[in-house]
Design a protein around this ligand. Structure first.
Ligand SMILES: *Cc1c(COP(=O)(O)O)cnc(C)c1O
Length: 847
């Protein structure tokens, strides 16, 4: 569906605009396009309309909703104002239409629409429908998709209590608040049908019909559709299903996931979208594969199995979890209660067949249903979110692929990246623009690296000094403001100017307070930390932020421990805990700190993104070799903690890591920062910044991530999907027949005999293989050896040398090698071009 650019009028809104003076409609369109969260061209007009509200919210839509009629009309009459609005509006329209990366490089591809499904989106604090990392990834990818012109729509839920907000009480305890989000005050509007009616969807669950309201959010060129159940026609119980993100128990979770997956697909269909590709950002949306299959059943008269096979070619599942407990599970009873009728009436399969889709052992009907298994069995491709996490995921899911060598488990990776224009400071933006031009995040990123390498030391250092000083100003005013709430803990000095120093080395870390993040690693030896912070010559200052789950005692204690440390050691001038970590706090922190700290337990951090946000700003990373840092780190770009191995929850190892962290800070980080040349520049430090900013920023940008998703996953998936829906769905049916033949006969293949002869540096393998039901040309027979010392495996194709009619063939291969014959094993796989690696259930080994 075309992005409509004209015709917003107050009937389409949720609330009313204060005035219908000329220009207000254009302002409304600008305020409703969340591109303002990364493009600041219009900031000055919002500030002009209402400086106070702008300062407090940085949300144009609120400015427009709260300003008085008189003030708005007066501003519009000021000289040049309306013209400026007009110009901004025109540039927005141009941006929506112009040729971008996708149109330039892939205009001939069959991909017309990707649908992105996620439980949370972090686009801006103005739309609080996020909790953390997962939402960050989703939000930043939508923005990059807009920059690149990817034809993408997104689906999510609109939570009116979103995620909780935090304050610290006078005893240093976290208090959680759930302010209500008024839909009229967030930059979303009801999703209207052509005739102006608000689109409402119906969904059946647990014997009830539930109405869903629908909304739309404009994110540059990309549109995000949201659903909520707070429709007055519903029972109160059902109106609250979408109140909170990750709130309630398993029963509410399954309801939310049914809405996201099944409701989400219906929403797209109701407004006329036909996505070839669905991207499941985590397993929460996995029910989508069922509804997509159901739709295909109806469209092409397919059975459920045919439809599932057809649809899966167009689904991509991205997993973000590094531990088995991270996957959503549901009990069979709960599933029967919520999906029993749907499965028998709509999917028309036995409930046991349905349950098998979420089980490891498809024969065992008891035990929990794993949403990640459903997602894998309903997708044509699966990926983790960093190189290391790809490996971790292959390990986590290896039981689904028995007999596959580890490297060949068909789970890849696309390393996350962040949307640089959303996280750079104004100053950094200027430096980058001078070096690389304005459109640097919208193309292939060629040469960015070389351009940034050439930026002079002075420019980089001035940028850093300015950024640090702005962070200090922000921290002081934030603490001032918090003080007005009462008597916060710890007790900060009377004059805010005593807090922090704009020239002091500044460290930051912010994250959820959960044990695996080891947020308190730095507190292992409190005295040692206090000493570093208060050193007279080479001082350090530290800013911390983050929330603990409201009901998680351990996390709450971890926060409290930091606050108590500040109070006990009287460190209020050097160490600050900023409450209510959200996007705006994160932004200030990643722009201002010199070093970003991250200390998770390897390999629990699937990727991590906050450290990537400092790159564009010239911040450096000091982190455990986990997630993205495991592939980004080299001594030229930052500091690494730990030995790159896994040590579980061993307290002795934590103590060693803590010791190593203090040593790194004391003997490397701090001295390097204060080691100045005659111009008072820290040369070694600046070299690190130069390498980090130029080499890592492009690599860990969402631009690179989204291009990779597009080229490696979306485009091939679109092709495969369209192939399967070809001939009115008949092709999908034929491919399913091939898959069934492959998997039925494949299991019966066996090696009768294998001979090996050695001569000089050669091994000659001869294998006698029986393969009833599959001709030799459809087999790929090879000799396989695991790689040595962690390198990739070796594979040598075997040739059919004689085939006798009844399905038995002799294969041979000659291999030049110095390795032992025992290292090599012949094996057989199918060689069916249209069958996806995930659909291939077996590998037959000679031994
Ligand atoms: C970046 C960000 C996150 C995610 O950070 P991780 O390092 O991936 O844990 C969470 N919350 C906010 C507000 C952020 O800005």
């Amino acid at each position: 569906m075309e992005t409509t650019l004209s015709g917003y009028d107050s009937r389409q809104m949720y609330g009313f605009l204060p005035s219908d003076t000329k220009g207000v409609d254009l302002l409304a369109q600008l305020a409703l396009d969340m591109r303002w969260s990364w493009n600041h061209a219009a900031d000055s007009i919002w500030q002009q309309i209402d400086p106070e509200i702008w300062e407090l919210t940085h949300n144009p839509w609120i400015v427009l909703q709260s300003v008085s009629k008189e003030k708005l009309e007066k501003t519009l009459k000021e000289p040049g104002f309306l013209e400026e609005v007009q110009t901004l509006w025109e540039s927005k329209v141009r941006f929506h239409k112009e040729e971008a990366w996708f149109q330039k490089y892939h205009s001939d591809s069959p991909l017309s629409c990707v649908a992105y499904f996620s439980m949370e989106y972090m686009l801006d604090e103005a739309l609080p429908i996020y909790a953390g990392g997962l939402g960050n990834v989703a939000g930043d990818q939508l923005k990059a998709a807009s920059d690149l012109g990817i034809p993408l729509v997104a689906v999510g839920l609109f939570y009116q209590q979103g995620y909780f907000r935090q304050s610290i009480d006078e005893n240093g305890k976290q208090q959680a608040y759930f302010p209500h989000t008024d839909p009229g005050q967030v930059p979303i509007i009801p999703l209207r049908k052509e005739n102006g009616e608000w689109l409402r969807l119906k969904i059946e669950m647990d014997g009830n019909t539930i109405w869903l309201r629908t909304w739309q959010v404009q994110v540059g060129r990309v549109r995000l559709y949201l659903m909520d159940s707070n429709d007055p026609a519903n029972f109160p119980m059902h109106r609250c299903i979408t109140n909170e993100l990750y709130g309630g128990g398993p029963e509410n979770r399954i309801r939310q996931e049914i809405i996201l997956g099944i409701g989400g697909w219906r929403l797209l269909r109701a407004i006329g979208h036909h996505p070839e590709v669905c991207h499941l950002n985590e397993g929460h949306a996995a029910f989508l594969v069922l509804e997509r299959a159901r739709d295909l059943m109806n469209a092409y008269q397919l059975t459920f199995e045919e439809a599932l096979a057809t649809g899966r070619a167009g689904n991509l599942f991205t997993t973000h979890t590094a531990v088995p407990a991270g996957f959503d599970h549901f009990s069979p009873e709960l599933l029967r209660q919520y999906l029993g009728e749907y499965v028998s009436n709509h999917l028309q399969i036995d409930f046991s067949r349905f349950l098998a889709l979420g089980k490891l052992n498809t024969e065992n009907a008891s035990g929990h249903f794993n949403m990640a298994y459903l997602a894998i069995r309903g997708s044509g491709a699966v990926n983790g979110v960093s190189r290391l996490h790809g490996e971790v995921s292959r390990r986590l899911f290896s039981k689904l692929f028995p007999r596959f060598p580890f490297h060949e488990i068909p789970i890849g990776h696309v390393t996350n990246g962040v949307h640089m224009p959303s996280w750079d400071s104004k100053r950094a933006d200027k430096v980058w623009t001078q070096a690389c031009g304005k459109d640097r995040w919208r193309g292939q990123q060629e040469n960015l690296h070389a351009f940034m390498k050439g930026v002079p030391h002075e420019t980089l250092w001035n940028m850093r000094r300015k950024a640090r000083s702005q962070l200090v100003t922000f921290i002081r005013s934030r603490l001032e403001r918090e003080k007005r709430l009462g008597n916060p803990f710890p007790h900060y000095p009377e004059t805010a100017a005593e807090i922090f120093n704009p020239d002091t080395l500044t460290l930051g870390f912010a994250r959820r307070f959960v044990p695996y993040k080891r947020t308190n690693l730095l507190l292992h030896q409190p005295q040692r930390l206090a000493k570093l912070l208060t050193d007279a010559d080479k001082p350090l200052q530290l800013v911390i932020s983050g929330k603990a789950h409201p009901y998680d005692d351990t996390g709450n204690k971890l926060i409290r421990q930091w606050l108590q440390f500040i109070e006990d050691y009287n460190l209020q001038r050097q160490l600050v805990f900023l409450s209510d970590y959200d996007m705006s706090v994160a932004e200030k922190m990643v722009q201002g700190v010199d070093v970003w700290l991250n200390t998770p337990r390897r390999p629990w951090e699937a990727s991590g993104t906050s450290g990537m946000k400092v790159l564009v700003n010239g911040g450096l990373n000091l982190s455990v070799l986990d997630g993205w840092w495991a592939e980004a780190y080299s001594p030229e770009v930052g500091w690494a903690l730990g030995d790159g191995q896994e040590h579980g929850e061993d307290p002795a190892w934590d103590a060693r890591d803590a010791e190593a962290l203090y040593d790194l800070l004391e003997f490397q980080v701090i001295p390097e920062f204060y080691d100045r040349n005659q111009d008072n520049l820290p040369e070694k430090w600046l070299e690190k910044i130069r390498s980090s900013i130029s080499e890592l920023t492009p690599r860990f940008s969402a631009n690179r991530t989204v291009r990779e998703y597009t080229e490696q996953y979306y485009l091939p998936a679109a092709e495969q999907f369209l192939k399967r829906t070809g001939k009115d769905g008949e092709s999908g049916r034929e491919i399913l027949k091939k898959i069934s033949a492959l998997n039925t006969y494949g299991q019966g293949i066996h090696f009768n005999e294998v001979h090996v002869e050695r001569s000089d540096h050669k091994l000659l393998f001869t294998a006698y293989v029986t393969h009833r039901g599959i001709p030799a040309k459809d087999l790929s027979v090879e000799v396989f050896a695991e790689g040595l010392n962690g390198s990739l495996p070796e594979q040598h194709a075997m040739k059919a040398v004689s085939e006798n009619g009844n399905g038995s063939t002799v294969f041979t291969a000659e291999i030049k090698t110095g390795r032992q014959e025992g290292d090599f094993t012949p094996r057989v796989r199918g060689n069916f071009p249209d069958v996806l690696p995930l659909e291939h259930e077996w590998i037959i080994w000679a031994r």
